[in-house]
Design a protein around this ligand. Structure first.
Ligand code: CA
Length: 227
């Protein structure tokens, strides 16, 4: 597995790279946003560790451009750590968020969590829903609408397939976190709303403005298969 480390501070990039190599990953480093995209789209990258403040193109923009084409996990690494920065990072499509100063061992645990085989999750639905229009493919971590892949992140995929796995059940935010993202997830409840917002943006169409996800006010969400 190959990790792209995007970081303009050479000393940090070196430490991260050394830890990743010790875990058995290959690494490739980029020092600015543009060369990060150049490498990402010409190399076979399994995960991206992405600094937010970068020369030429900032991390959020890099993440957004990666997300237009790929659902490879992105972990943001940044000195910014206010709630709105976390939300902005996740909005741009990041899967996880580690703030500086950080422990390289914790960062590696986050990397492992993102790359962990999907089979360990037991709540993932597979098959078709929404009158056969939406297909969930755990093998490829892919959601297809009318046969066309929808570019979702792994977390978005896990959340959507969790909702679909029990179509008539309403899930609280906490249940979604526990079932879809696992106990090691340490974001806050409201982060789920951001994921849902992103999913809706990607799945919505006239007649299904909510992207097949229904909000149950005061409680949570459920898969909306009503015609
Ligand atoms: Ca930086």
């Amino acid at each position: 597995m190959k990790i792209l480390i995007v970081e303009d501070e050479a000393s940090i990039a070196e430490v991260v790279s050394a830890y990743a190599k010790r875990e058995g990953y290959e690494t490739v480093c980029a020092q600015d946003g543009l060369s990060a995209l150049e490498i990402f789209f010409h190399d076979d990258i399994d995960l991206v560790i992405l600094d937010l403040m970068l020369p030429k193109l900032n991390g959020e923009e890099v993440c957004r451009r990666i997300r237009e084409k790929s659902s490879v996990p992105v972990i943001m690494l940044t000195a910014k750590s206010s709630e709105s920065d976390v939300v902005a990072g996740l909005d741009s499509g990041a899967n996880d968020y580690v703030s500086k100063p950080f422990s390289p061992r914790v960062l590696m645990a986050r990397v492992r969590a993102q790359l962990r085989p999907r089979e360990t999750r037991d709540n993932i639905a597979s098959g078709v829903c929404a009158d056969g229009r939406i297909e969930i493919d755990p093998e490829r971590v892919e959601i297809r609408k009318d046969g066309v892949p929808v570019p979702v992140t792994k977390s978005e995929f896990l959340i959507f397939s969790t909702l679909v796995s029990r179509p008539i059940r309403t899930w609280s935010r906490e249940e979604i976190i526990r079932s879809a993202l696992g106990d090691d997830y340490d974001g806050f409840d409201r982060t789920i709303d951001t994921y849902i917002k992103n999913l809706r943006k990607k799945l919505a169409e006239p007649g299904h403005e909510n992207g097949w996800i229904k909000t149950i006010y005061g409680f949570g969400y459920r898969f909306d298969d009503e015609k």
